[in-house]
Write a protein that binds this ligand. Structure first.
Ligand SMILES: NC(=O)C1=CN([C@@H]2O[C@H](COP(=O)(O)OP(=O)(O)OC[C@H]3O[C@@H](n4cnc5c(N)ncnc54)[C@H](OP(=O)(O)O)[C@@H]3O)[C@@H](O)[C@H]2O)C=CC1
Ligand SMILES: Nc1nc(=O)c2c([nH]1)NC[C@@H]1CN(c3ccc(C(=O)N[C@@H](CCC(=O)O)C(=O)O)cc3)CN21
Ligand SMILES: O=c1ccn([C@H]2C[C@H](O)[C@@H](COP(=O)(O)O)O2)c(=O)[nH]1
Length: 445
């Protein structure tokens, strides 16, 4: 991998300030305050998808090469350093993944214009489905843009023992691009795992409720979302306090609050919807986890990657197009071989070298807390036909649950075509009528 196009503003000024005054050791907050208005940009070329997923968890700004748009080539992976014999086996298994990917997503002969459609694929399996067999050692390119204070979180992650091998190269290259004085202030270790077991105990009862049969579960919520938002809105414009308004409303409180929420949202004051919060449990493939992570406002606790690796019984997610094809058995057989090999790698070399053998199809569980404004934005994007089917199914499932809690707050949580005009431009699915009908029926029921 390479870090290219590195650009920054303000780091030298901070470095000079740190050097020229004898300010001694500052605490993290002070360093962060100094770096908050500096800017950093770079491109990570040819990093693997395990590194890119972890990098996106930092919630900076990214543009990443997509496995939905770009076909992966046979040499498109980076493996950890293993003994020659193990390397041979690793290469062989990874090659098998890439070969099956290529076979499953073979195009029909002949020319066609633009991005291939499902009917242009010989077996009806598009690249976005075939890629479920690819490991996270697969290469990707990602542009990263962020403020300098984020270096603290980034460096903590780079120094996490369990990700040592994942970021070995990346860390060295990034350090080369940063002023030495700045690097000296940044964390050199991470103790994020110190309370890992305790936190897993805390989350276990929630995680347990998420199953393959029920991958989207409402875990917690404020008791009355409409009331929270409507009452909240009046805090802005009334001299009366919430408790006084509530007392005056009596039994009509919910109804009155809903009407106010609806009216104020209609003015475009969407921030009032941030008062309504829910917590969901979710299970999805690592493909969808990566897409989910790109939404930066929700707060998430996810399972440790090692739990996925060690949970031999956990089913992988197989796209229907593959399930319905002759590739289903070879797909499952290859996955079993990779699962066995990565446990061997973990036991022999440690978890960091085993992670690149996680697969796109592996499933992860998480608990996520969001607000209604964020959910409406996210669900509008992910219920669109242009979203991948897996995240779309989950988004529709979540929308159905949320609609039971409030109509007004999630009214706009629909694809742009249902609310007015499609905004996908050249990428429009062209099925606006069907999409409108699909959601209209749901709205009535
Ligand atoms: N190949 C790729 O890289 C692809 C990436 N995606 C990504 O999926 C992600 C999810 O959607 P998106 O709505 O952006 O993300 P978020 O869910 O993180 O953001 C939702 C909204 O919050 C605001 N916001 C949050 N964080 C920031 C920030 N750091 N800077 C500016 N505004 C911010 C923006 O609001 P407002 O717009 O009102 O300012 C944004 O629209 C996007 O990043 C999208 O680009 C999707 C498809 C392909
Ligand atoms: N909801 C959503 N869907 C997306 O597909 C998406 C996002 N968000 N957020 C940003 C990324 C980046 N996206 C992009 C980025 C560039 C082009 C683009 O440059 N298109 C050119 C040429 C494409 C080519 O031939 O390679 C064009 O002219 O359309 C398109 C989509 C798609 N992405
Ligand atoms: O529909 C999409 C496509 C892409 N993303 C984000 C998620 C990753 O950061 C990259 C690449 O993901 P792919 O699934 O390989 O396309 O872009 C997304 O959020 N939604």
């Amino acid at each position: 991998m390479k870090i290219t196009n590195f650009e920054q503003t303000g780091l030298e000024r901070v470095a000079m300030w740190l050097d020229s005054y004898e300010i001694g050791q500052l605490d993290e907050q002070a360093y962060k305050d100094a770096l908050r208005t500096t800017n950093i940009f770079f491109v990570a070329e040819g990093i693997n998808r395990i590194a890119s997923t972890l990098l996106c968890e930092l919630k900076a700004s990214y543009i990443q090469q997509s496995q939905r748009y770009v076909s992966m080539t046979e040499d498109g992976f980076v493996l950890p350093d293993l003994s020659p014999a193990d390397m041979e086996k690793a290469r062989q298994l990874t090659n098998e993944s890439f070969e099956l990917y290529k076979k499953m997503s073979e195009l029909k002969p002949g020319e066609f214009k633009g991005r291939p459609k499902n009917e242009n694929y010989l077996h009806g399996i598009p690249i976005e489905d075939a890629r479920y067999i690819l490991p996270l050692s697969t290469k990707t390119n990602i542009c990263v843009s962020m403020t300098g204070d984020k270096l603290f979180d980034l460096f903590r992650m780079l120094h996490e023992y369990k990700y040592k091998d994942v970021f070995l190269n990346f860390k060295q290259q990034l350090i080369k691009n940063l002023p030495k004085t700045i690097v000296a202030c940044l964390p050199k270790e991470s103790d994020r795992d110190k309370y890992k077991d305790a936190l897993e105990d805390l989350y276990e009862p929630l995680i347990k409720q998420i199953t393959p049969a029920k991958p989207m579960v409402l875990l917690d919520r404020f008791a009355n979302l409409d009331l929270q938002v409507g009452l909240g809105a009046l805090t802005s414009t009334q001299s009366k306090t919430s408790s006084e308004i509530l007392a005056a409303w009596g039994d009509d409180a919910t109804d009155k609050a809903r009407k106010i929420a609806d009216r104020v949202l209609g003015y475009g004051h969407y921030s009032i919807a941030e008062q309504a919060r829910t917590t969901f449990g979710m299970m999805c493939s690592l493909v969808t986890y990566h897409q989910q992570v790109r939404h930066r406002l929700p707060e998430t606790f996810r399972e440790d990657l090692l739990s996925i690796l060690l949970d031999i019984e956990r089913p992988v997610l197989v796209p229907t197009t593959i399930k319905d094809s002759a590739f289903y058995e070879p797909f499952l057989q290859l996955i079993e071989k990779i699962k066995a090999f990565r446990i061997y790698v973990y036991e022999t070399y440690g978890q960091d070298k085993a992670y690149p053998f996680l697969l796109n199809a592996d499933q992860i569980k998480m608990v996520t807390s969001t607000n209604a404004r964020m959910d409406a934005i996210m669900l509008a994007e992910r219920t669109c036909m242009n979203a991948q089917w897996e995240i779309r199914q989950l988004a529709i499932e979540k929308l159905n649950i949320l609609r039971e809690l409030s109509d007004v707050l999630y009214e706009k949580a629909l694809p742009s075509c249902v609310l007015g005009k499609c905004k996908e431009g050249k990428l429009s699915c062209g099925q606006q009528a069907q999409v409108k009908e699909y959601f209209a029926i749901r709205n009535e029921s």
